[in-house]
Design a protein around this ligand. Structure first.
Ligand code: KG4
Ligand code: ZN
Length: 348
């Protein structure tokens, strides 16, 4: 039996993504981002993102089909992100996907965006190992998942209780006057600073939150980044009040160290305590050099095999939706039909 040709549609945030895969093989990953339109607001504006999806959908679809060298009628199935994400943005992708499914008569599969960040792993290195953990870090999410089965059993072990890590990068970059999106700017600047210059707080690491392996506290594998952001703001205020020059690189490096230290420490803890021996890193913040470095170090120290897909597959894209879609099709699952609605707060 030949592997299915699957078209994936992603529109949960500011990326309009169309991906086409055959089984585990990537044919195209075409992305149009409305990031430029959000820059002057310092964050994604939902209404603008929705309108941008509407503008970008057909051109992106055409380009993807062109790049993959396939015709719409050759596609075996359509997969679309149905949540979590921005309601209006999801709505555009889901409506477009339903229209395509009706027009082509092909089965439609509703896909969970978070699980798709994991499923994309098959496009880089083939079948995912059993006993897999996934650390997803982006502007919209920060989660550690246990993936027993990509197409069935996925469990949330921990997540942020307030800001996502990428959001913390963006907010701190704004405080430091580095522009938006702030992650890449802080990453770059941090290389010239001292990560030990300032000891910023690691959220939810007090014993009352952590507990012990035997008696876990309420937030053993969870993160919080809003206190860290406030600590950076206070620090900047103190320098300004004292009339001293801001050590921007040291603050960036120290902030980054606090984020990356607590993310990797808790992710590795969740893995070791749950017998997870393989970890996949995903989300836009996977581009961060220090996060890659420390995750690799700490995984190696605990005998965890780390997989990091290329960054074009880590940021939001349609190929990840197509990749998980093809796994779902191959599992023999029923299509989702045409009645499902987007779910902005869809759980894993
Ligand atoms: O996955 P993504 O493209 O979109 C979603 O948020 O879903 O992630 C974007 C986020 C932004 O917050 C951006 O600041 C952050 O990822 N980011 C980084 C780096 N590159 C992007 N954060 C830290 N270091 C980076 N090198
Ligand atoms: Zn995402």
């Amino acid at each position: 039996r030949t592997e299915p040709l699957v078209l994936g549609i992603e529109s949960s945030c500011d990326e309009t993504g169309i991906g086409i895969v055959r089984g585990d093989k990537l044919l195209t990953n075409t992305v149009s981002s409305s990031m430029d339109e959000h820059v002057r607001f310092g964050g994604v504006i939902p209404e603008i993102a929705s309108r941008a999806h509407l503008d970008a959908f057909v051109p992106t679809l055409r380009q993807a089909l062109d790049e993959a060298g396939v015709r719409l009628d050759e596609i075996d199935a359509i997969a679309v992100t149905s949540g979590p994400g921005l309601a209006g943005a999801l709505m555009v992708g889901v409506c477009a996907a339903k229209a395509l499914a009706v027009a082509t008569g092909k089965p439609l599969y509703a896909i969970n965006h978070l699980v798709a960040h994991v499923g994309v792993g098959v496009l880089d290195g083939g079948k995912l190992p059993d006993n897999l953990g996934a650390l997803l870090v982006s502007g919209g999410h920060t989660e550690i998942l246990r993936v027993t089965s990509l197409t069935g059993d996925v469990q949330l072990l921990g997540s942020t209780i307030d800001d996502a890590a990428g959001e913390a990068y963006d907010k701190v970059a704004r405080i430091l006057g580095l522009g938006y999106p702030g992650g890449p700017a802080i990453d770059k600047l941090a290389r010239t600073g001292n990560p030990k210059a300032i000891r910023f707080p690691r959220g939810l690491t007090q014993p009352k939150y952590l507990g012990t392996a035997e008696e876990p506290g309420p937030h053993r594998y969870d993160w919080s980044f809003s206190g860290l952001k406030t600590a950076v703001a206070r620090c900047v205020e103190q320098y300004e009040a004292a009339g001293e020059e801001l050590p921007v690189a040291d603050i960036a490096a120290s902030f980054q160290e606090a984020v990356v230290d607590v993310i990797t420490a808790k992710a590795v803890l969740a893995c070791t305590e749950n017998g997870i021996t393989n970890l996949l890193l995903g989300g836009g913040v996977a581009a961060n050099s220090r996060l890659r470095e420390l995750t690799a170090q700490r995984c190696a120290a605990k005998g965890i095999t780390l997989r990091v897909p290329p960054i074009s597959l880590c940021t939001d894209n349609g190929a990840m939706v197509a990749a998980l879609g093809s796994q779902v099709v191959m599992s023999g699952a029923e299509p989702s039909g045409l009645k499902f609605a987007p779910d902005p707060s869809m759980p894993v």
